[in-house]
Write a protein that binds this ligand. Structure first.
Ligand SMILES: C[S@@+](CC[C@H](N)C(=O)[O-])C[C@H]1O[C@@H](n2cnc3c(N)ncnc32)[C@H](O)[C@@H]1O
Length: 208
């Protein structure tokens, strides 16, 4: 019998080095990175020894909050902060509440959420990142994207069929729609970094 609640997500093991290389070349040295939908918590566990920022994990689901806490307990890192409960669609995120101690939030990071959620979650993510980032702050958005309405690989078309079987409101988003949503919230798409397995990191910058 073990009390270890760490979740091991196979996708994270596959994508973490590529994400590390993109992020470490672009992250600021100060402030806090807010991760939306941390899932298992492995991205934070892997990257906190490498980055100078505080890493603020968050999750919607209790089981995933417990996984992040188990990863934090497994190997303590002073810049890996306690996981907060956060719904991307909420009008106020917990880091906006009075007393939150790790300002300024200079970066928002989200991996593999907006295609495995209804479009309203992407809208919520952009609204929230637009609210909390200051001028020059960046949002890094990892996942598969369509371009000009088309999938970037046949395997993504197959993946989308699987997604929409789970929920017809899920689906691989077109970068033009995501870009438009960013713009509505003061976030300009400044870079698209190709990642392995037909994924991208889209980099948005808050511009006031
Ligand atoms: C495929 S997992 C990705 C987890 C992690 N980022 C990773 O890359 O391993 C998708 C995550 O999106 C989260 N999610 C879905 N809707 C959400 C919402 N409204 N607010 C916050 N998280 C949400 C789910 O709970 C789940 O953890």
């Amino acid at each position: 019998m073990t009390n270890d609640r760490r979740i091991f997500a196979p996708a994270t093991a596959r994508n973490r080095e590529a994400i590390r290389d993109c992020l470490t070349a672009r992250l600021p040295d100060t402030g806090t990175l807010l991760e939306i939908a941390s899932g298992s918590g492995e991205h934070g566990h892997f990257l906190t020894p490498i980055v100078n920022l505080n890493w603020q994990p968050t999750n919607l689901l209790e089981e995933q909050i417990q996984s992040v806490e188990a990863w934090r307990a497994h190997e303590e890192r002073p810049n890996f902060l306690p996981c907060l409960k956060l719904d991307a669609m909420a009008d106020v995120w917990p880091v906006e509440e009075k007393g939150y101690a790790y300002h300024p939030i200079t970066t928002v990071f989200n991996a593999n959420m907006i295609h495995i959620a209804p479009w309203g979650v992407c809208e919520g993510l952009m609204r929230g990142a637009g609210r909390i980032l200051k001028d020059g702050g960046q949002l890094f958005l990892y996942g598969p994207f369509r371009m000009n309405g088309e999938h970037t690989a046949p395997s993504n078309a197959e993946f989308e069929r699987w997604l929409t079987d789970q929920n017809p409101d899920f689906g691989i988003r077109d970068i033009a729609d995501v870009e438009k949503e960013g713009k509505r919230n003061g976030l300009k798409l400044i870079e698209s970094c190709p990642m392995p397995a037909n994924n991208f990191i889209q980099v948005f910058q808050k511009q006031v």
